[in-house]
Design a protein around this ligand. Structure first.
Ligand code: DAH
Length: 350
């Protein structure tokens, strides 16, 4: 039997040495250690032996089994280590490789400026309200002191729908009338209304037949032009920087009296003169004025009791100034090369 075991040992050692994966090793284990293997059969034959023989051969067989089991177990550890190293090698991460860029969207720059203006006005207690883009002549013109046939309508020719009383609003000012009428002349108002407007306009780089305005209206007791100046000052400084100056120039609108243009000092050249301010040192950003008594009256507010101011900004114009954009179409044409330039957080000025 000893000889037989020696032969078997040699065969098994050779085979174990040759094996190079865990699966084959497992097959060897079954082949040489299971009940049906040669060793298994030899173990089984012990039953028929005398007690003395059992002792001698039992030990021989057991030692042999332990030896082979150890041999296979050691080989298993060795193979497992090789496989693990192979896996680590394959899954190695090279941290020097450039990262895959994950594209993330960014808000439209026009939307950013509108939200910025909204949050500045909300911090001063204003509501943000909405109004219809398809509007009635009554709200867009008549209640705002622009009766039918008034020459001021020429500058705001727009798209008419069905008949001459339904139109795409040419300004956001009708939301002033709607807000006042909804309040029925009984309570103070602080509101802004950002929204789309439509107008026959020169299609050049700074004008478009569709653009956005941000309307504002404040109605209360004893409101004066200096309240408007103070409000505009807060907005200008928050939007363009602490050292920005503001000024009013006389103007004319049918729904305000007196009317003004609101200018900011040029944030680029600080008044010295450059191409942004057309060498004047000042940039006009909004029309404004004290709400005309006729408009208050038309919209159920008693002008003897109430006063107010109103203003209207071109939202694209604010964004063009703030971000140095020189073509209004950038906002609408969804060209990713342009939009991606604004792939960053908008930081508000204190
Ligand atoms: N609605 C005017 C326009 O479209 C802008 C404007 C001027 C609005 C003066 C106002 C204002 O509320 O008071 O040109």
């Amino acid at each position: 039997m000893e000889e037989k075991l020696n032969d078997l040992r040699k065969i098994i050692i050779n085979k174990v040495n040759e094996v190079n994966n865990l699966n084959d090793l497992n097959n060897l284990k079954v082949e040489y250690l299971s009940k049906k293997s040669e060793i298994g059969i030899l173990s089984n034959s012990l039953k028929e032996m005398s007690i003395e023989d059992k002792k001698v051969y039992g030990k021989l067989i057991n030692d042999f089994k332990n030896e082979i089991t150890n041999l296979i177990d050691n080989k298993k550890v060795e193979l497992e280590e090789i496989e693990l190293n192979k896996k680590l090698e394959n899954e190695k991460i090279d941290i020097n490789l450039p990262a895959t860029k994950i594209p993330i969207g960014s808000p439209n720059i026009l939307e950013c400026i509108v939200e910025e203006v909204e949050s500045i006005f909300m911090s001063m207690g204003y509501d943000v309200v909405d109004g219809p883009e398809v509007e009635e002549d009554k709200y867009n013109f008549e209640l705002l002191n622009i009766p039918k046939g008034h020459p001021a309508r020429d500058a705001q020719d727009t798209f008419y729908i069905e008949d001459e009383n339904i139109l795409l609003r040419s300004q956001t000012s009708p939301v002033q009338a709607r807000t006042m009428l909804a309040k029925k002349g009984t309570e103070p108002i602080r509101m802004i209304c950002p929204g789309k407007t439509y107008r026959r306009d020169d299609d050049d780089a700074t004008h478009s037949h569709q653009f956005m305005q941000i309307e504002g209206l404040l109605v209360d007791k004893d409101v004066s032009l200096s309240d408007l100046k103070g409000t505009f000052d807060v907005l200008a400084k928050k939007l363009f920087g602490k050292d920005i100056q503001t000024r009013f120039r006389p103007s004319y609108y049918q729904f305000t009296e007196p009317s003004v243009e609101m200018d900011i000092s040029c944030f680029n050249c600080h008044g010295k003169g450059c191409n942004i301010c057309k060498n004047s040192g000042w940039i006009t950003v909004s029309g404004a004025g004290m709400v005309h008594p006729n408009v208050l009256k038309n919209c159920s507010y008693n002008p003897e009791e109430w006063t107010g101011f109103a203003f209207g900004f071109g939202a694209e114009r604010l964004a063009m100034l703030k971000y140095g954009i020189n073509d209004i179409r950038v906002f609408y044409n969804t060209d990713l090369r342009e939009v991606k330039n604004f792939d960053r957080e908008v930081v508000e000025n204190d």
